[in-house]
Ligand binder design. Structure first.
Ligand SMILES: NC(=O)c1ccc[n+]([C@@H]2O[C@H](COP(=O)([O-])OP(=O)(O)OC[C@H]3O[C@@H](n4cnc5c(N)ncnc54)[C@H](O)[C@@H]3O)[C@@H](O)[C@H]2O)c1
Ligand SMILES: O=C(O)CC[C@@H](O)C(=O)O
Length: 474
């Protein structure tokens, strides 16, 4: 198998080259092999996920691609990555920061869910990292801007678990209205406590949805089908599904709703979105559900509102601090108010399982792994949350002596002219470039490139001052 030729270098850092041309002389590539057309060395192991007739850009010995998957990424996703020949290490939990830093130094790809924090501090050590896969919806656990500035693409799965969350919330609405958690706990302790006081049907009650995105809108449809009236508040004006109705302010929603459910992202504006003033606006005897992010609800304020009886019940799936692994961790060491919370009546506590169904995890595993393969093998950024979305049609099997150049660069004037001066010695078949904020992504398919010329191409691009990361795939 030919040696790896996928190259990346980080700006301002010592050159970390996963498989650099400097190593060519010591690599297993013999002069005879090097003289062959590149295409002939790829055939041995074709990736599974390309259309017939398309040439897989297998720029490297895939066994050199190291992937670390944390937090029990679904097997269907792992299989897609292993099928490619990548080295995949899959762990069931997230890792403490020091261990994460140790491991991330070595890998080109990391896959995480919501627990692993990829902060600037961690990413600064990730000298070989090309791409991050968030096997979930949320990407707030990743410093997206820092990653973009390092040329590290981030992918997620924007809606594969939305239905699972919406169904959980429907279940919780009924459980809260009928105090099912308390009755079940009592029976588990041997107590028969048959009550109807303050137990309600959900038919005809008003559900207030804060954040009418993928989950909120799906929930809207389900709730209406069960006879609820639905109102929603969102910072964006959005089409109302069914007979639901958008209200102009959060306050209006709080005052009108029997059940308030939160489906907003973790943003500076959504931190403690629901705190004492908002609880005071809620109807007496109403309920709160939070399956979005732990930062959105001020928990001590919730404890107060429930102790006073103003809020009749709540369901929480997410918390400001969540443990890295399963076990007896939900206590005051994790969150100072842990015990206060656990002592409340009609409070459903779940361990961040909104998206944890077989269906959702499998779909997420497949979606994110496929995005990773496309990015690693072809440089395609469709679906990236932090880099511009760029793709070119695949190179055909019969198209020989072609290279795909990926040049991630600072979005400053004059870059395209300089890049094209370099590429201009060859035939540029296709080229596309787009920017997102300060970072731009250029992809060009270049023909009539001889194997020996690739090093020169890459080195000249590397010298451009705007360069963030250069990859040459062939
Ligand atoms: N509990 C779980 O397991 C689980 C699973 C999936 C998603 N989530 C979380 O649920 C949240 C929502 O997910 P989604 O897929 O519906 O997201 P989405 O992006 O599709 O929708 C979010 C909506 O919130 C709105 N919004 C943003 N800021 C707002 C504000 N200040 N006030 C009102 N509306 C605001 C947006 O305009 C958007 O319509 C995310 O935080 C996600 O991480 C949790
Ligand atoms: O599976 C997870 O860890 C996260 C689930 C959910 O919060 C998401 O962001 O998709």
């Amino acid at each position: 198998m030919a040696s790896a030729q996928d190259i990346k270098i980080k700006p301002g850092a010592p050159r970390e080259v996963s498989h650099s041309f400097q190593n060519l002389s010591t690599s297993p590539v013999t002069p005879q092999l090097a003289a062959q057309s590149f295409a002939s060395s790829w055939g041995a192991k074709l990736p599974q996920r390309i259309a017939p007739g398309e040439r897989p850009l297998k720029p490297f010995n895939t066994q050199d691609v190291k992937i670390l998957l944390l937090e029990n990424v679904n097997k269907a996703g792992q299989d897609i990555l292993r099928e490619q020949g990548y080295q995949v290490e899959a762990l069931k939990t997230s890792l403490p920061e020091d261990q994460l830093i140790e491991k991330i130094r070595d890998v080109q790809v990391i896959g995480i869910r919501s627990k692993t924090k990829l902060t600037e501090k961690v990413l600064r050590e990730a000298k070989n990292l090309l791409v991050i896969g968030c096997f979930c919806i949320g990407t707030n656990q990743v410093d997206l801007d820092y990653a973009a500035r390092q040329g590290i693409a981030v992918f997620n799965s924007p809606f594969a678990n939305s239905r699972s969350v919406a169904e959980l919330v429907i279940g919780e609405i009924i459980c809260l209205a009928r105090q099912l958690g308390d009755r079940s706990n009592e029976m588990h302790r041997g107590t028969w406590n048959k009550v109807s006081a303050k137990c309600w049907e959900i038919r005809g009650k008003t559900l207030g949805i804060v954040g009418y995105g993928h989950i909120g809108s799906q929930l809207s449809v389900l709730a209406e089908s069960m006879g609820m009236n639905v109102i929603y508040y969102d910072v964006v004006t959005l089409m109302a599904l069914g007979t639901s109705r958008q209200v102009p302010t959060l306050e209006a929603l709080l005052e009108e709703s029997d059940f308030v459910t939160l489906h907003v992202p973790d943003l500076p504006e959504t931190r403690n979105l629901i705190s004492t003033p908002q609880f005071e606006r809620m109807k007496s005897g109403s309920y709160l559900i939070n399956a979005s992010r732990g930062s959105v609800v001020d928990i001590p304020a919730l404890v107060k509102a429930m102790n006073s009886g103003h809020v009749a019940g709540a369901a929480l799936d997410v918390y400001p601090q969540e443990p890295a692994a399963n076990g007896d961790y939900f206590n005051n060491d994790l969150n100072v108010w842990g015990e206060d919370l656990r002592s409340l009546k009609n409070l459903i506590l779940t361990p961040h399982i909104g998206g944890s169904t077989e269906e959702a995890q499998r779909a997420i595993g497949i979606e994110v792994s496929e995005a990773l393969v496309r990015y690693i093998n072809q440089g395609i950024t469709l679906g990236s949350v932090n880099l511009p979305e760029v793709q070119l049609r695949s190179i055909k099997l019969e198209e020989d002596n072609k290279a795909r150049v990926i040049f991630i660069h600072n979005n400053v004037p004059g870059v395209l002219r300089k890049v094209n001066e370099i590429l201009g010695d060859h035939n540029v078949d296709k080229q596309i470039s787009d920017s997102k904020g300060d970072i731009a992504y250029l992809m060009a398919d270049v023909s009539n490139v001889k194997f020996g010329e690739i090093k020169d191409l890459w080195e000249r691009l590397e010298l451009l001052s705007s360069r963030v990361l250069t990859r040459v795939l062939y």
